[in-house]
Design a protein around this ligand. Structure first.
Ligand SMILES: [Zn+2]
Length: 478
């Protein structure tokens, strides 16, 4: 009897980064996540000096950075647009695949979505879509991946080219005769989801990225409870931390940050810079609380302000555990140099917001905590020596990191900045993963987003059939 159902990984097999999964059930098919593999990316490109800018064929396809998605019958799917420096060319042939589901806006899960043809249905949670589009809208570099998000025929790049549909927690979506039910999970970005997929032959779940030790841990727990009742045939589980666990909660990050900044102020320093992702809203809130309790001025960069402003206007603030800081009353805006259009609009819209420029950083008069979502350039704005620099970003370089860490640390050391790293992982710890799999007890287990799939095999081979996935190799689901 021919098999009906296949799962194929086109990224994230035996590695962290570049998740993309094709699920086929008879003639139906869906892609889950379409992320960038930064390891591969760095073989050809080095942010910000050389990036893909002109040619989909030469820069993304020839280099094999863009995954070539093929069905189990080895039919290549015409998913991507072409672009060679002038106009975006949509594929002329119809695509048998119509639906793409994205778990969350981190680039290793969503970085190649902008290359997709515009007639596809791209599904994201509302908060994911907000963060995803904000990240693109505020990027200063014009890479192909950013450029192709826009409808270039429209003047001034004001209209997105892609059709993004928003889904809701627990509400199933019928897609090509498959039913996909999104469930909220806790991760280092608000609005992350895992999925349950009902097909004619199997019940399948995909965790996306998740953890059980963050502020919204009850969501991951609810997802676990749900999956326990599902009697799953297949569980595709992320295993970023399967090899090495790190103890550390978000509360601990907040407590440590408080202690460090207080100590630094006591030494007579007036400035602390915190590097945090603009999408990590929970942590931004935590640092604002710390700065407030230390009676210091709080400054945020335009990129952070942009995303907070967008959340405010979207009405999605209520979905966040601690809301967002008040732009006018609680924080000041750090802005300097030549502004991009979105920055000008942001500043105009918030004319009552106090703006700090370079001087407030070079020679701070009062205790100041700056929340920055990029890499601070000490060559253009040099903070006083001894200032504290807290790095509070992802622990996995392959996930989102485009920057060269060594050079950056060299530049901070040169000007006598004191670097501390404070982080709580966005991913489940090994013990939580083990409990999760034991509880859910799927018939088939496929580890993804991990460098150690063999550990899953060793740990769970007695309770389930563990399949170590290989890239581009269809896994038949009996
Ligand atoms: Zn993630």
């Amino acid at each position: 009897m021919p098999l009906d159902c296949y799962i194929t990984l086109f990224g994230g097999a035996g590695k962290i980064g570049g998740n993309s999964i094709l699920l086929e059930d008879k003639e139906s098919m869906i892609i889950f996540d379409l992320g960038k593999d930064f390891d591969k990316y760095r073989k050809f490109f080095q942010f910000p000096f050389t990036m893909p800018t002109k040619s989909v064929q030469k820069e993304l396809i020839k280099t094999r950075l863009l995954p070539e998605i093929k069905t189990s019958k080895r039919q290549k799917l015409p998913l991507y647009v072409d672009y060679e420096g002038t106009e975006i060319l949509e594929p002329r042939v119809a695509c048998p695949l119509q639906h793409v589901f994205i778990t969350h806006p981190h680039l290793d899960h969503s970085g190649f979505v902008t290359l997709l043809r515009s007639d596809l249905n791209i599904h994201m949670g509302s908060m994911s879509e907000l963060i995803y589009s904000s990240n693109i809208e505020t990027r200063k570099d014009v890479t192909l991946e950013n450029k192709l998000y826009w409808n270039l025929l429209k003047k001034d790049e004001i209209e997105p080219r892609l059709k993004i549909l928003k889904f809701h927690d627990g509400t199933g979506i019928e897609s090509d005769r498959l039913r996909v039910i999104p469930y909220s999970v806790d991760h280092s970005v608000p609005g992350a989801y895992g999925f349950v997929i009902e097909s004619s032959s199997a019940r399948i779940a995909y965790t996306g990225d998740f953890r059980f030790h963050g502020p919204a841990q009850n969501l991951s727990k609810k997802f676990e409870d749900r999956l326990r009742e599902e009697n799953l045939d297949v569980l595709i589980v992320e295993g970023t931390n399967m090899n090495v666990g790190r103890v550390g909660s978000e509360e601990k990050v907040e407590k440590d940050a408080h202690e460090l900044i207080e100590k630094s102020f006591q030494l007579g320093n007036k400035l602390a810079i915190i590097e945090v992702k603009s999408s990590d809203i929970d942590r931004i809130n935590a640092f604002v609380r710390v700065a407030k309790s230390l009676n210091s001025t709080i400054a945020i960069t335009t990129r952070v302000a942009y995303i907070l402003d967008k959340i405010k206007r979207s009405g999605l603030e209520a979905r966040l555990l601690h809301g967002i800081p008040k732009l006018k009353d609680e924080v000041k805006l750090f802005a300097k140099g030549r502004f991009m259009r979105w920055e000008k609009e942001l500043i105009e819209k918030h004319e009552d917001m106090e703006i700090l420029d370079d001087k407030a950083i070079i020679n701070p008069k009062e205790r100041t905590v700056l929340l920055d979502s990029g890499r601070f350039n000490v060559f253009s704005t040099t903070p006083p020596k001894g200032s504290l620099y807290i790095q509070s970003i992802s622990e996995h370089v392959s996930e989102e990191e485009e920057y060269d860490e060594d050079r950056f640390i060299n530049s901070l050391a040169l000007y006598g900045l004191i670097v501390y790293r404070l982080h709580s992982s966005g991913h489940a710890t090994p013990l939580d993963l083990i409990r999760f799999v034991n509880e859910v007890k799927p018939k088939i287990l496929i580890p993804i987003h991990t460098e150690h799939p063999e550990a899953f095999h060793e740990l769970f081979k007695d309770i389930t059939n563990v399949i170590i996935p290989e890239k581009d190799s269809p896994i038949p689901i009996p």
